[in-house]
Design a binder for this molecule. Sequence first.
Ligand SMILES: *Cc1c(COP(=O)(O)O)cnc(C)c1O
Length: 260
Amino acid sequence: MLRAAMSQEMGRALVSVREKVQHAAARRAQSLPAVQPRVVAVSKTKPADMVIDAYSHGQRYFGENYVQELVEKASDANILSSCPEIKWHFIGHLQKHHINKLVAVPNLHVLETIDSVKLADKVNASWQRKGSPEKLKVMVQVNTSSEESKHGLHPSDTVELIRHLREKCPGLEFVGLMTIGSFGHDLAQGPNPDFQVLLKQREEVCEKLGLPMDAVELSMGMSADFEHAIEVGSTNVRVGSTIFGERVYSKPVKGEASAN
Ligand SMILES: *Cc1c(COP(=O)(O)O)cnc(C)c1O
């Protein structure tokens, strides 16, 4: 396809996602915080040109789940010059030996995948060494489906990790909870149970730590289910293929194994 046509198509996809987000937010229960949901455009496997294109169509938040790929895109000279207000979310599993690399990423906005006290301490130390005047925003990733293969913290450990973040990690700012959840839930069977687990987790966290509900974001929902996720309370959806098109995995990404 010609570049101009591709760019137009992406522009239309972004407009359509934004409309769906607005409509889904309007269908939320009154009891949920009326937070404007953020769309994080997940650009993994897609070239820098497509990020710049989406930015030119007004997109500001982008997500990546491999550290090396994020480092390359976030420091790409064209992205740096064309996208001054870009904000990157890291949404993949973070291995300890990649922390320093991640922390150095320009325009890193939120690290969504803290899932242990050890990781929190190491990220905190690395961020403090960097000497940034601002705290690094972090979310805690919860393994809501309790599948062995999934990263994330067991729900029963969430409150203690957040207490630790708030009391022992002065370089980090806890901003919310994140889940990937099991794939392929059939909404005809009712609400996605993973999202319900995350909502319950927020209630418990707010009650035990005395936090207001609107101070704890929920990152849940992807291309297949972002509207449902927003209806039930998501404040941060991570949408990849609906914006950028299907991903083609032609060669394995160097040095990293799994997507989640
Ligand atoms: C790839 C990815 C997404 C986006 O998936 P789509 O189905 O393409 O929208 C969202 N969240 C995480 C953690 C991902 O790895």
